[in-house]
Design a protein. Structure first.
Length: 267
């Protein structure tokens, strides 16, 4: 079983959802991103989702775009991202990588799978790669024992849900809204319906992302999903801070609030 699967099982045994915290590699610097992800883990985040910064995102909202731009301007490369995975995985926390497909294609699909596995990464979330076009990644992930997480949306047909989950390993990523990432005032009303539909076609854990930014919202999503995925709200802690120390303090505080939320699901 994948390490992500083990983490979901442990959370389920504890009667709660799992908290996934997202941060771009190299934001604000390579070492700064390692410090940020480590702080998140120490404050209660169960799984780190490390995003490889990309210049032309299709899923990321303005907060993640800005953080990724800072990382790219600082010169971060895919090799740096792998070093970050290795450093954070050394804490014993599962690290899943979120990436658009172009950087992997440029690196070499088999070579990246090999190096990600060697760094201790658990697998990939691929927002712009669909199972229909993923033969090379399916083969590489099988060869190196990596998870593959594809996305489904409220607009996905039942047939599309079935096909997608058949190719997932580890967990399924359910996008709560039709749109880009970013914390919102209210959680999505479409997400519980989508999770219910997924329950009918798979036993895999379901993680819900897009829109969660507070402990109360995390608790609401934890009431129906196996995992709560938070990105923009955590990244904003660093973007809005006057200095690194203040940013890390805010990041720890929000991570702890979110962790408390998933540990007290609202059903």
């Amino acid at each position: 079983m994948s390490r992500i699967g083990v983490a979901f099982d442990k959370a389920r045994a504890d009667g709660r959802a799992l908290l996934v915290g997202c941060m771009p590699a190299g934001f604000p610097t390579v070492e700064g991103s390692i410090a940020a992800m480590t702080a998140m883990v120490e404050a209660g985040v169960d799984v780190i989702e490390m995003e490889i910064p990309y210049s032309d995102p299709v899923m990321d909202g303005p907060v993640i775009q800005k953080a990724s731009d800072i990382a790219l301007a600082g010169g971060v490369r895919t090799a740096d991202a792998l070093r970050i995975v290795e450093a954070v995985a050394a804490t014993g926390t599962p690290v899943v990588t979120m990436t658009y497909w172009n950087p992997i294609e440029q690196y070499g699909v088999d070579a990246f799978a090999r190096d990600l596995a060697a760094a201790g990464g658990t697998g990939l979330i691929t927002p712009d790669l669909i199972p229909d076009e993923a033969d090379e990644w399916l083969a590489a992930s099988d060869a190196y024992g990596l998870d593959r997480t594809f996305l489904v949306a409220p607009s996905s047909t039942d047939a599309r849900l079935r096909m997608t989950v058949e190719h997932c390993r580890g967990f399924v990523y359910a996008t709560a809204i039709m749109g880009v990432t970013g914390a919102r005032a209210q959680t999505s009303e479409a997400a519980p319906v989508l999770v219910s539909r997924l329950r009918e076609v798979t036993d895999l854990p379901v993680g819900v992302g897009l829109g969660v930014g507070t402990g109360a919202q995390a608790g609401t999503v934890a009431g129906y999903a196996d995992g709560v995925i938070v990105g923009s709200a955590l990244i904003r802690c660093l973007l809005d801070a006057p200095d690194q120390a203040a940013g890390l303090a805010a990041l720890r505080a929000l991570s702890a609030e979110l962790a408390e939320g998933v540990r007290n699901p609202r059903r």
